[in-house]
Design a binder for this molecule. Structure first.
Ligand SMILES: [Cu+2]
Length: 129
């Protein structure tokens, strides 16, 4: 009789461990779901007479974005009117621009500081998908 009871007890203990493991896994999964905020994506942009590099920036709707913008020659401005961005870019001092676009579309990037004869044509694009 005793030999039958002993294995049952250890079986019960095993079940308890499995149950505990399942509970712990479920709790840690639930914990992950509570912080779905993804890290912001970091994009390097270089302004120079008379282009932005990359000329087209692709991002996802709702994604937190940090643009690190530097200039390789003179002072430029990084302006995206529709997103309320206008940042002067000085040599040796990269500017960090943090934003999030909630509406898909194409946003025009323009240089907002006169930088030479080609200034008017210095444009780029942000495409939000
Ligand atoms: Cu300019």
């Amino acid at each position: 009789m005793g030999t039958i009871v002993a294995p049952r007890t250890s079986q019960t203990r095993d079940n308890a461990w499995v149950l505990l493991l399942v509970l712990v896994s479920a709790l840690s999964l639930a914990g992950c779901n509570r912080q779905p905020k993804p890290e912001p994506i970091h994009i390097q942009v270089t302004a120079s007479r008379y282009t932005f590099q990359p000329p087209v920036i692709h991002i996802k709707k709702g994604q937190d974005v940090i643009l690190e913008i530097s200039t390789s020659d003179v002072q430029h401005g990084f302006e995206v009117k529709e997103l309320g961005i206008d940042e002067p870019i000085q040599k040796g001092k990269p500017a960090l621009v943090n934003f999030k676009a909630d509406k898909p579309g194409e946003y025009k990037v323009e240089c907002s500081i006169i930088c030479g004869p080609g200034h008017e044509h210095m444009q780029g694009k942000i495409i939000v998908e």
